[in-house]
Design a protein around this ligand. Structure first.
Ligand SMILES: *Cc1c(COP(=O)(O)O)cnc(C)c1O
Length: 399
């Protein structure tokens, strides 16, 4: 087996630092960076979010899971079944195609909502896969209704009302025209509303008055639909309090470790670990520039490690000269520009004998998690997650 020497030397170095259990995943013959996704942590986050609704309370909200965009980049093929196994039965995706994919991954008794509703022409696909469209406009409602008429059957749908996002959903005045009392199967051609929902603008900021304004708007819409199940809270909305919970919680980001409340300790478990190996080491002299455009220049004799990860992997270019990575817990700064396939690290302060090709650095871990990397990159953790590229060797830790 090639590369055994490298295994042995890294084993020794790491063994003295108590990270012995990490050894099997540290050594790879490929230079690809490794993304480890802890499905157990996702399941625990889902349970923690559900518990916010008060598990002993008889009318407590049920917790759904938003798995759009390939489960925020982490892999719906693994995340979907793990959440289903844990007991989740309500899933949200953005697109009909995502819903059709999810249908092949989890048993039929799960409910799958499509947030964008059907595009013109996609209604049949939507019904074929037993997906429940979120109807956002009179036009979408009309098209879903005409499919129901054609088929002579009742098709379920969720209705979204816009309470302030101004993005998707019925406007209040369109909604008034759809008064629940007159919303009969006869007049609307067989649509069976099963959920009323809206989406919050700034839920991660509990002090923002928009949260209460949206709640009031939602309450007004709700009065028109007595008895209909309701859903308002995304991840952050769950932490605004029970008043925002209604019947169905719709967390996405927090499942994957994103901090739901700004400037508060993060109650979610970290889910991902991103590691990249050294490809090459070099020593440079004071005055030597590093990387494209020499945006970093050595002020002292410096040892540089080049790692195999770059912006093509979603390790954002805005992290240039700003990120910190870790070798066995010891921090080292990223210097110079992030390239497409590589980054350069100042490893002068790290143990020289450990700096060999194949040695793995942590770029995202539980110490320096997606929320911190998002701050370094000047973006939010959602973008860090959904940018994670297809080139990683992906490892899934079973629940
Ligand atoms: C993406 C999305 C969610 C999930 O939001 P998070 O902030 O990721 O929890 C919920 N509802 C709607 C309508 C969405 O588009």
């Amino acid at each position: 087996m090639p590369g055994v020497e490298a295994v042995a030397s890294i084993l020794f170095v790491i063994g003295t630092n108590g990270f012995a259990t990490l050894i099997p995943m540290l050594i790879e013959h490929s230079t690809a960076a490794t993304l480890t996704v802890d499905l157990g942590a996702i399941v625990q986050n889902w349970r923690l979010l559900g518990a916010q609704a008060g598990s002993s309370h008889p009318s407590a909200a049920v917790c759904a899971a938003v798995v759009k965009a390939d489960a925020y980049g982490l892999g719906v093929a693994e995340v979907g079944p793990a959440l289903y196994e844990a007991g989740c039965r309500d899933f949200f995706v953005a697109l009909v195609a995502e819903g059709a994919q999810l249908r092949t991954l989890i048993p039929r008794d799960a409910t799958v909502y499509v947030l964008h509703g059907p595009q013109p022409g996609a209604e049949i696909d939507c019904a074929q896969h037993a997906l429940i469209p979120v109807l956002n406009s009179p036009d979408q409602l009309q098209r879903w209704s005409s499919l129901a008429n054609t088929r002579g059957e009742h098709l379920p749908a969720a209705l979204q009302v816009d309470t302030g996002m101004r993005r998707l959903g019925f406007e209040a005045r369109d909604f008034e025209a759809l008064d629940g009392d007159s919303f009969t199967l006869a007049t609307l051609g067989g649509i069976k509303p099963v959920l009323l929902m809206s989406h919050l603008v700034s839920a991660e900021d509990p002090a923002n008055p928009i949260n209460r304004i949206q709640l009031e708007q939602f309450e007004i819409a709700r009065k028109r639909w007595p008895g209909l199940r309701c859903s308002l809270a995304n991840s952050s909305g769950i932490f605004l309090g029970r008043g925002w919970h209604f019947d169905l919680l719709r967390p996405g980001a927090a499942l994957y470790g994103v901090a739901p409340v700004t400037n508060k300790p993060n109650p979610m478990r970290p889910v991902i670990r991103l590691q990249a190996p050294i490809i090459q080491i070099r020593e440079i002299a004071p005055g030597d520039g590093v990387g494209y455009n020499h945006t970093w220049c050595a002020g002292r004799p410096t040892r540089i490690a080049t790692l195999s990860v770059g912006y093509a992997d979603g390790y954002l270019r805005s992290l240039s000269n700003r990120a910190t990575v870790r070798f066995m817990g010891q921090p080292a700064p990223l210097i110079g520009r992030v390239s497409m396939d590589t980054v350069t690290i100042d490893v002068t302060e790290l143990p020289e004998n450990a700096m060999i090709p194949g040695a793995q650095f942590d770029l995202i871990d539980s110490v320096h998690d997606i929320n911190q990397v998002a701050i370094d990159a000047g973006t939010n953790a959602y973008e860090i997650l959904t940018s994670l590229g297809p080139r990683y060797r992906r490892r899934y830790l079973a629940p």
